[in-house]
Design a protein around this ligand. Sequence first.
Ligand code: SF4
Length: 69
Amino acid sequence: MGTIVIDSYRCSGCATCTEMCPEVFVLNPFTEKAELISSDQEVTDAVRQAAAFCPEKCIVIVEGEETDI
Ligand code: SF4
């Protein structure tokens, strides 16, 4: 399990993630920033790879379930 978070402030719109993982990431044509196609995405190996290759390191994978404290 995990949650994908994109820091859109740091995103340069390079489209690496959308090319590597087009079923998860999409470029917003207005902001030219990457977004998730759906907020409820599975963290696959392709997502982890896209996060690793993001030049701005702005794709963050938060592991585990959210816990109530
Ligand atoms: S790889 Fe990173 S910097 Fe490039 S578009 Fe995706 S989130 Fe933005």
